[in-house]
Design a protein around this ligand. Structure first.
Ligand code: ATP
Ligand code: MG
Length: 384
C-alpha cells in the first residue's frame, strides 16, 4: 500500500516546546490532507506517516499538498509492506523513480532489531536483486537514485529519494503578524518567508479607488489565495487610502509624498495589527530597490509603526526574490500590470535622505489622525 512519509524539520530541536510544535504541525497536515480523503496520521520519532484509509484517497493530490506544509524538511511517497525480504523486493520493483534511474544504491535502516538481517545485509540482498532484475548498475559513490528500505516496528517501508519539504516551522507557532501586501513581486514572497518561520499572516492591502482599479484588488486577493495554500486560511483586509493620498497631494511637499503615504500605511497597519493581536508588521522592502528603500527612508517610515517591522527580503536582490516567487506560485500573478496606490502621485524628485523632523512637520499640514481614524471605519474583509 502506498503512503506518504514526512520528516519533521528543525522543530525536532525544540526540546520542551516540541509537543506544542508537533500538535500544530499535525493539525495543519490534517487540514491540508482533508480534501484528498481520510488519512490516518501517526508520528514516530521525527517522522509522520500519512496512511490512506479506504480506496477513495487521492495519494498524488495529498502528496502535492503535503509539499506545502511548513515544518516538514522532506516528503516522499512510500510503499508499506510486510517485514520480509521478499515483500521488500517486490515493493522496490514498483518504485517509478527506479525505472528511470541510470544507477542506484540501497540504504537500509532497521529500527526493529528482531528483523533477521542487519542493515548492510538488507542493502546487499536488495541491491543484488534489483540489479539482476532491472539491469541497473549499482553506484555507491554517486547513485542516480537511492532506494530506502526502512524496517520499523509495525511494518517495512520502501521509498526513493525524498523531495524537499516546505521547511521552516508550523503556522502560528511564532504568533501572528500583519503582512503589507501590495500586488508586486516582493510582498507575497516576504509573507511566505515569515509564514515559514511560524507566523500566521493577516494580509492588509491599501488601495486608492478609483485611481487604482478593481482588477488590482482582485489580483491581491488571488495572491493571498496562493499564499493560503501554504499558510492556511487568512482574512485579507482592504483599506482605502484615497482620501489620505488626495490630502497628501494637496497639502504636503511633493518630494515627501511617498514617505508620508508609507508612514500612514504603517500607522494604519499597526492599528489593525494591534486590534487583532498581531505582534509585528511584515513588508517586502529590499534595500536600495527604490527611493523609499534607503536606510534613511526606511528609518523614517518605520518610526511611524508601533510594532517591529520585519523585512525578510532586505538583503536579497530581485533575481533571488523572483526565483522564490516562481517556486511558491505567485510570480505570474504578481507581474500582471495593475497600478499600485504607491505608484500614484509619485514625486519627480523623491527624497532619498529624508529627515524625520521635516517629515513630521509635513504631517502637521493637515489632520492625519482624524482622516486615518475615519479610514479605519471602512475596512473590507475577504476570507481566502
Ligand atoms: P512589492 O513588489 O511587494 O510591491 P516593491 O518592490 O514594489 O514591493 P514598494 O512598492 O516600494 O516596493 O513597496 C514596499 C513595500 O511596502 C511592499 O513590499 C509592501 O510590503 C508595502 N506596500 C507597498 N504598497 C502597498 C499596498 N498598496 N498595500 C499594502 N502594502 C504595500
Ligand atoms: Mg510595489
Amino acid at each position: 500500500m502506498e503512503i506518504i512519509l514526512l520528516k519533521m524539520g528543525e522543530m525536532v530541536l525544540k526540546g520542551l516546546n516540541r509537543s506544542r510544535f508537533e500538535a500544530s504541525l499535525l493539525r495543519r497536515l490534517r487540514a491540508v490532507l482533508e480534501p484528498f480523503g481520510p488519512f490516518e496520521l501517526t508520528s514516530r520519532q521525527s517522522a509522520v506517516y500519512a496512511v490512506p484509509t479506504g480506496d477513495k484517497c487521492d495519494v498524488s493530490g495529498a502528496y502535492a499538498a503535503a509539499l506545502k506544509v511548513f515544518g516538514f524538511s522532506a516528503v516522499c511517497r512510500a510503499i508499506r509492506c510486510e517485514k520480509e525480504m521478499e515483500s521488500l523486493k517486490q515493493s522496490a520493483l514498483l518504485l517509478p523513480e527506479l525505472k528511470e534511474a541510470a544507477s542506484f544504491k540501497v540504504e537500509a535502516r532497521r529500527a526493529d532489531k528482531r528483523f533477521p538481517l542487519t542493515s548492510p545485509e538488507i542493502c546487499a540482498e536488495l541491491g543484488g536483486f534489483l540489479h539482476e532484475t532491472l539491469g541497473i548498475p549499482v553506484s555507491v559513490r554517486n547513485p542516480g537514485e537511492i532506494v530506502w528500505a526502512e524496517v520499523r516496528e509495525s511494518a517495512a517501508y520502501i521509498h526513493a529519494r525524498p523531495a524537499e519539504g516546505a521547511g521552516g516551522l508550523p503556522p502560528g507557532t511564532a504568533g501572528s503578524a500583519a503582512l503589507l501586501l501590495s500586488g508586486g513581486i516582493d510582498s507575497p514572497v516576504a509573507g511566505w518567508r515569515m509564514a515559514r518561520r511560524g507566523l500566521s499572516l493577516l494580509p492588509i492591502h491599501f488601495e486608492s479607488y478609483p485611481y487604482t482599479s478593481p482588477e488590482a484588488r482582485e489580483k491581491v486577493i488571488t495572491l493571498a489565495r496562493i499564499l493560503a495554500e501554504w499558510c492556511g486560511r487568512m482574512t485579507v483586509r482592504i483599506i482605502s487610502l484615497t482620501a489620505i493620498q488626495e490630502a497628501i497631494r494637496k497639502e504636503c511637499p511633493e518630494e515627501l509624498a511617498t514617505l508620508l503615504t508609507r508612514r500612514s500605511m504603517c500607522r494604519l497597519a499597526s492599528s489593525v495589527a494591534l486590534r487583532n493581536g498581531a505582534g509585528a508588521l511584515v513588508t517586502g522592502d529590499s534595500l536600495g530597490q527604490v527611493a523609499s528603500q534607503t536606510t534613511e527612508a526606511l528609518a523614517v517610515t518605520e518610526e511611524a509603526a508601533s510594532l517591529p517591522v520585519l523585512r525578510p527580503l532586505v538583503g536579497m536582490d530581485k533575481e533571488e526574490v523572483s526565483r522564490t516567487a516562481r517556486k511558491i506560485g505567485t510570480f505570474e500573478t504578481s507581474i500582471l500590470p495593475y497600478e499600485d496606490c504607491c505608484g500614484l502621485f509619485t514625486p519627480r524628485h523623491p527624497q532619498t535622505k529624508p529627515r524625520l523632523e521635516a517629515v513630521k512637520r509635513a504631517e502637521e499640514l493637515f489632520d492625519f489622525r482624524t482622516l486615518e481614524a475615519e479610514t479605519l471605519k471602512s475596512v473590507t474583509k475577504t476570507d481566502v
